[in-house]
Design a protein around this ligand. Structure first.
Ligand code: SF4
Ligand code: SF4
Length: 369
């Protein structure tokens, strides 16, 4: 009877952990799609030379991690959150904070690319009877690529970029419209970018988790931060039977069954391992020690609380919406040659001389910190 109830308890836990996680992933994907549609509309109006009649959704800056890194340095230099992409910095800080609390939970609970990667992995399982396994040493070498990429960005921005270059970059026309350039990357994708994207997706089908495991610099940065995470998967070696189910379930290929604490930088707190463990109170995600286990619903709640709380604080303190007006957006887009030439823009271009625009931009930039 005890075994049966334990079995049922674990089945429910297993279903719950992945259902709850999927729900959270889809929830954030839904937000990304809504933001994308609104931002697409905002950008289309600008491209047609109009002052948009809708607001720009600030959350779009989540896709500007390099700009956020520069913003972080700007914050250290000035003590202020910049007014160009403040939400990008806020989201970046919240993501890093989540890694300090719950490993790389951002990757497996929130990131839409992580979700796509999971579905490509499912395709891998559906296509290949014996999926390709990367041998240990190439796997080790490839895994380090994302850390090199992350280290390169951190080193270039934090150690090589002079303070005045940080200021210039933050208020440069390029950075102001970086969100629009990022959108155009997806909507007007170049042949090269398309080929690279297709190759990475194909590789992600052939090799499980290819992008996340080997290439994503954001994942590399979070992997490093997650080494200091308070929350970790912990195994009770007294009640563990050594069945190895957790090892087989782990999408990050971590050997769980011979460790008491999973310190691995690859752990994304996906809780697949805790879901399959047949023994009660044996394998759990817990904070600081095994005395504070965190169930999947609690992980979902904590992550939602981190982002909802952080965004609310940023909004109330005036650090969520940027201070770039729609008119400024239009001028900056003209200066970057990003307006739709076919629609009444030549006349505008003729009327507003580039020299005059440069002076206007200088005026806008003056007085900024
Ligand atoms: S150790 Fe567990 S929580 Fe971490 S990635 Fe592997 S299955 Fe997911
Ligand atoms: S699934 Fe549970 S019992 Fe089996 S090896 Fe992993 S921790 Fe031990």
């Amino acid at each position: 009877m005890g075994y049966l109830s334990g079995f049922i308890f674990n089945i429910i836990d297993k279903i719950n952990s992945q259902l709850i996680r999927r729900f959270v992933q889809l929830f954030f994907l839904g937000i990304v799609i809504i933001i994308g549609i609104q931002f697409y509309d905002f950008t289309a109006q600008l491209e047609n030379g109009k002052i948009p009649d809708i607001e720009r959704p600030p959350g779009v800056e989540a896709f500007l991690p390099i700009s956020a890194l520069v913003s972080l340095k700007h914050l250290f230099l000035t003590g202020k959150i910049n007014e160009v992409h403040p939400s990008g910095l806020v989201i970046f800080i919240l993501v890093c904070f989540s890694a300090l609390l719950l490993k790389k939970s951002f990757c497996s609970w929130i990131c839409p690319f992580g979700l796509l990667s999971e579905y490509l992995t499912k395709l891998n399982a559906a296509i290949f009877i014996n999926p390709l396994k990367v041998p240990a040493w190439p796997d080790y070498l490839l895994r380090s690529v994302k850390y090199f990429l992350a280290a390169f960005f951190v080193w270039s921005i934090f150690f090589k970029m002079p303070a005045n270059a940080v200021m210039q970059f933050i208020y440069s026309p390029y950075n102001v419209v970086a969100d629009i350039k990022m959108l155009k990357f997806f909507t007007d994708i170049s042949a090269t970018a398309l080929i690279v994207t297709i190759v990475i997706m194909l590789l992600s089908v052939i090799i499980k988790n290819f992008w996340c495991r080997y290439l994503c610099p954001y994942g590399g940065l979070l992997g490093f931060i997650s080494l200091f995470s308070a929350g970790k998967i912990r195994r009770n070696s007294d009640s563990c039977t050594g069945c190895g189910k957790c090892d087989r379930a782990c999408p990050s290929l971590i050997k769980i069954s011979d460790k008491k604490i999973i310190n691995s930088d690859e752990c994304t707190a996906c809780m697949k391992c805790t879901g399959v463990c047949p023994e009660q109170n044996t394998l759990e995600l817990s904070i600081l020690s095994r005395t504070v286990p965190v169930k999947p619903m609690a992980v979902a709640f904590i992550l939602l609380a981190i982002f909802a709380g952080g965004i609310t604080i940023a909004s109330v303190s005036g650090n969520w919406h940027n201070k770039v007006t729609k008119k400024q957006y239009l001028i900056y887009m003209m200066s970057q040659g990003m307006l739709n030439n076919k629609i009444a823009i030549p006349a505008m271009r003729d009327n507003i001389k580039m020299e005059k625009m440069r002076k206007m931009m200088e005026m806008m930039n003056n007085g900024k910190p």
